[in-house]
Design a protein around this ligand. Structure first.
Ligand code: WTA
Length: 653
């Protein structure tokens, strides 16, 4: 584990400007400074109070937290239903006509969905799931584009107590198959396809392909999105059109109360091995954490229009497009398209048209907008914006300041939010109206969260020092485990530093106690805010017959944060070429998905290894970055790196 992922950190911290809260904003802010103290005094009491205030229970809980390190149970004895909490109670409270989602589809479709619409659609979908044999505890895989049926499908599962696992639509059929099998899903919900940059993109064929390898699926439910623009096959008995089976269902479907700890969803994420982990989130604690942070971190007000521009296929979409906002009866934007289509001002047009108050997106997007120039946002009225959020990767001060000036009109607070698939909710963030921000720093742990920075021995480092980010007490939305693998859960997160959750990130705390995230210290890359494992990409490469061995590193990238750099040793008789590089990239896309394609691919005769045979990725990163080489004394053969460095076989996509 190496602590040098963000070498520009010193320069980064040299940005000395600070941004205190605007007094007018502070006066109306949801969050108050006293929250930190209240939560610190008695963190269990703090969460228990919020759980009773914010959630609608069918049965109260008797114990706030049962902590058998590393296994947590929150709100034990309680019963509730998430769909009821996210929909029905709002309708009962007179908010039936409030818009839940303004859906903006491609090419140009729109749909407005109120809480009452959601109640009707989710109930019908849940009844259809029942007809297809789905009940409490079953797993359902969801592989869909960003269309309203996606959150409807998730909530239909939650209404029945079925556990969903959403697979990002950009993953390949092989990746989908692996997740379906690991989860033991009985049903797949998908669509014929979706629209991307004005063109139809089919999805259903990937499901058909995946199901050849998976034994557990009985039925497939297919939303018709592309219609005549798609040419898909429906397998008799197995495949059902959504509009045929859902539309004829009753609008009445009583929500099933489940235990606080009932599995709500699995979300697969890359770790440090080739096999993605099924991160398990449960019901009450997750909903509380997602909803409460959503209201506090974004200063959500009842009339706000809120837009999280992530894809629901990632955790950001789960917590901050679906569960958190709906728990708060928020009005959200859901956008099917991309930022650059049809033109680079699409987002700014949407903000102007819908008078968006809160925008939450990734630094990658901000840097891409910076590159295009400020004339795009400048052409639109963005004065509705009140809060801006950033997530998924470290934000560099330049991007922060650009976001502040050109999107936030040098006025709106920016919340740089650190969290993970595993944490379920935002854990490190400024509170708008409370926290003085520093561009590039995620500032402080959320109230009730015990974050620390420790050295290799698990000792807290003094202010000004760097080390590993850890969490020292449980929190309600924390993962409850890795699906089917408690040992891996214990070893991955709780094994490195006894008694502490190890996030896999490096962090530094400055003299004022501000946290600066330094990026991953393990073999996980972050490309455009998407998490990918170096080993996963390596095993996809060696899966190709031409490849004998591969090593993959994340290379710093001015737009995407990191980009994938693959070093490939070919089997005897194979010769590296642009064509073969293309074949290998396509192969990786087929095994994992297009997001995992190496941007750089270099054919090499050998790889730098330690005497015990471990690939020295640190040296490969130096090569990839064109940096002077670090310590080579542990190399088995020091000459290897020179050979690689003088290599001209680098191809770039
Ligand atoms: C990184 C996304 C710096 C981090 C919500 C973490 C960040 C990984 C930030 C989790 C941030 C996320 N600043 N780094 N504000 N937010 N990360 O599971 O390395 O897709 O471990 O969850 O993204 O990625 P994941």
């Amino acid at each position: 584990m190496e602590l040098e992922q963000r070498p520009e950190i010193e320069a980064l911290m040299a940005e000395r400007r600070t941004f205190p809260p605007d007094p007018a904003f502070a006066a109306q802010a949801n969050a108050q400074a006293g929250l930190y103290e209240e939560a610190e005094r008695d963190f269990e009491g703090f969460w228990a109070r919020l759980a009773r205030e914010r959630l609608a229970w069918d049965q109260d809980f008797h114990t706030t937290l049962e902590w058998n390190l590393p296994f947590a149970k929150w709100f034990v004895g309680g019963k509730l239903n998430i769909a009821y909490n996210c929909i029905d109670r709002h309708v009962e409270n007179g908010l039936g006509d409030k818009v839940a989602y303004h859906w903006i589809g491609e090419p140009g479709d729109t749909r407005t969905i109120t809480y009452r619409d959601l109640q009707r659609e989710v109930s019908k979908a849940a009844n259809a799931l029942k007809e297809l044999g789905i009940g409490t505890g079953d797993r359902v895989a969801i592989y869909m584009p960003m269309i309203p049926e996606l959150p409807i499908a998730m909530l239909a599962c939650a209404r029945l107590g079925a556990t969903h696992t959403v697979v990002f639509g950009g993953f390949s059929s092989e990746a989908l198959a692996g997740r379906i099998t690991d989860a033991g899903a009985k049903l797949v919900i998908t669509a014929d396809g979706g629209w991307r940059r004005g063109k139809p993109a089919e999805l259903k064929p990937a499901v058909d392909h995946a199901l050849r390898e998976t034994p557990t699926v009985d039925n497939v439910l297919v939303v018709r999105r592309l219609g005549e623009h798609a040419n898909i096959e429906m397998v008799p008995k197995r495949d059902h059109w959504w509009h045929e089976i859902v539309d004829r269902q009753s609008e009445d479907c009583p929500p099933v109360p489940v235990d606080s700890e009932h599995p709500l969803y699995l979300l697969y994420t890359s770790g440090t091995t080739a096999k993605p982990k099924g991160i398990l989130h449960t019901t009450a604690g997750y909903l509380l954490g997602a909803g409460y942070t959503h209201e506090m971190v974004f200063d959500l007000k009842p009339d706000d229009v809120y837009w999280c521009a992530a894809d629901i296929g990632w955790v950001t979409g789960h917590s901050y497009i679906v569960y958190g906002p709906l728990a708060n009866a928020a009005t959200g934007i859901m956008y099917e398209g991309t930022p650059d289509s049809p033109t680079w001002d699409r987002w700014w047009q949407i903000i102007e048209d819908y008078k968006v108050n809160i925008l939450y997106c990734a630094p990658t997007a901000i840097r891409a907008f910076m590159k295009q120039g400020e004339q795009y946002p400048a052409a639109h009225d963005l004065t509705s914006l009140r809060v801006l959020g950033s997530v998924g990767e470290p934000i560099n001060p330049e991007a922060w300041l650009w976001y502040h000036e050109h999107i936030g009109n040098s006025r709106t607070p920016i919340v740089d939010t650190w969290w993970q698939t595993e944490t379920g909710m935002i854990l490190i963030t400024p509170l708008p109206g409370v926290t003085t921000t520093k561009p590039g720093s995620a500032t402080f742990a959320f109230p009730g969260i015990a974050a620390d920075v420790v050295d290799a021995n698990g000792e807290a480092v003094p202010l000004g020092g760097g080390g590993y980010l850890v969490l020292k007490r449980p929190w309600p939305a924390m993962l409850r485990g890795i699906w089917g693998d408690p040992d891996r859960y214990r070893a991955t997160y709780w094994g490195r530093f006894p008694g502490m959750y190890f996030a896999g990130d490096g962090a530094k705390r400055d003299a004022d106690g501000y946290l600066w995230l330094l990026g991953r210290v393990d073999d996980v890359m972050n490309v455009s805010g998407h998490r990918l494992s170096t080993i996963e990409v390596e095993s996809a490469l060696v899966d190709n017959r031409a490849v004998a061995e591969a090593a993959v590193v994340g290379k710093n990238d001015p737009i995407t944060g990191q980009s994938i750099f693959a070093f490939v040793i070919l089997r005897g008789g194979q010769v590296g070429s642009e064509d073969l590089a293309r074949v290998l990239r396509d192969h990786v896309a087929r095994v994992i998905g297009p997001i995992a394609k190496p941007k750089y691919l270099m054919f090499v005769p050998d790889l730098p290894k330690t005497r015990s045979g471990k690939i020295m990725r640190r040296l490969l990163r130096d090569v990839a970055e064109g940096r002077p080489l670090g310590d080579v004394t542990t190399l088995a053969d020091a000459g290897v790196v020179d050979v690689i460095r003088s290599n001209t076989g680098k191809t770039e996509e």
